[in-house]
Design a protein around this ligand. Structure first.
Ligand SMILES: Cc1ncc(COP(=O)(O)O)c(C=O)c1O
Length: 315
């Protein structure tokens, strides 16, 4: 992992090596934390954070679902993130805000343990590789089912829940695949270990709906809007496992992975990235990098200090 100079922690900027928590932090023992994965891209107008407000909104909603009170507003976290990117001198980066129950009390009802909040930023390339983005990845349907809505909260991006994703990812990589696809408790397609999934059948773009144990992905919502704007029909519906193998095209979306074609599932060939996938990938990439006029409102520009101000600061 690429280090940067500063991390924002509970309201202060601290050097990377000093960003430490106590070993008895509650979140470390019980997974009681919520987090976000966000990206900033280099654009013509400087670094811009993709759908920053939506990500911070989801962070607060995830916290609320687990009865965690984040002691900072979205506006405060947004300002801290902007300053962090500036201080670290980054043009583009991955952004990881996390809020978790900290040190102070053990046991499951630990209201005396404070909520720690930190934000880290670092350069991070394509999560499933540039080659995967270009030519597609190989996926395996996991033997682990996605967490169900009657025991955990798929709508929350919560730390402990990721043990489910870790199991699925480990299994798929050990078996020689790039990524796992999880089924929900009913045996319908849910999502990747860290991405939402889209399946194209008879020219219609299908994706599992909210009752299929998915995270309500922000990339998913963006790609759905782009596809509709391009005139495609989107169906949110239950998807049978065999439809993965029968699909004309399959792709995954997520902040870390971006839009990644799937070329093979359980050794059934899907083929090289198809026309619709490629068109959506290009359009989505344009949106991420500020090249698509109609999606500029999705970008939160990180203002750079003016030349005059910068020289005052350094002199
Ligand atoms: C389990 C899971 N599903 C889906 C996604 C995609 O969500 P988003 O597009 O908001 O990054 C992610 C990544 O955050 C994830 O971890």
């Amino acid at each position: 992992m690429d280090r940067t100079e500063w991390i924002w922690m509970n309201g202060e900027f601290v050097p990377w090596d000093d960003a430490k928590v106590h070993v008895l932090s509650h979140g470390l023992h019980y997974g009681t934390g919520v987090f976000e994965g966000i990206r900033a891209y280099e654009t013509e107008r400087g670094p811009a954070i993709f759908r920053h407000r939506e990500h911070l909104g989801r962070l607060h909603k995830s916290a609320e679902l687990y009865y965690l009170e984040i002691p900072f507003s979205s506006d405060q976290l947004r300002a801290a993130t902007h300053e962090l990117i500036r201080r670290n001198g980054l043009r583009s980066c991955y952004i990881r805000p996390i809020a978790f129950r900290g040190y102070g009390e053990m046991g499951l009802y630990a209201k005396q343990a404070p909520i720690d909040v930190l934000i880290a930023v670092w350069p991070w390339g394509a999560y499933l590789g540039e080659e995967g983005k270009r030519n597609g990845i190989r996926a395996k349907v996991s033997s682990w089912r996605a967490i169900s809505a009657d025991s955990l909260i798929p709508h929350a991006k919560a730390a402990g829940q990721y043990l489910n994703s870790v199991l699925a990812k480990e299994e798929s990589v050990k078996a020689g695949y790039d990524e796992a696809i999880l089924l929900d408790q009913q045996g319908f397609v849910s999502e990747g270990s860290g991405e939402n999934i889209f399946v194209i059948r008879d020219g219609v773009i299908c994706t599992p709906g909210h009752t299929s144990s998915i995270l309500d992905g922000i990339s998913r919502a963006s790609v759905i809007q782009i596809a509709r704007d391009l005139g495609y029909t989107i169906e949110e519906r239950g998807i049978a496992r065999a439809e993965l193998y029968l699909a004309e095209e399959v792709f995954l979306t997520g902040t870390a992975a971006e839009l990644v074609p799937v070329r093979e599932i359980d050794d059934h060939p899907i083929g090289k990235p198809g026309e619709i996938t490629t068109q959506l990938q290009t359009r989505f990439d344009d949106a991420l990098h500020g090249r698509a006029e109609e999606y500029l409102e999705w970008l939160d520009l990180v203002e750079q200090p003016s030349v005059e101000r910068a020289s005052r600061v350094t002199s």
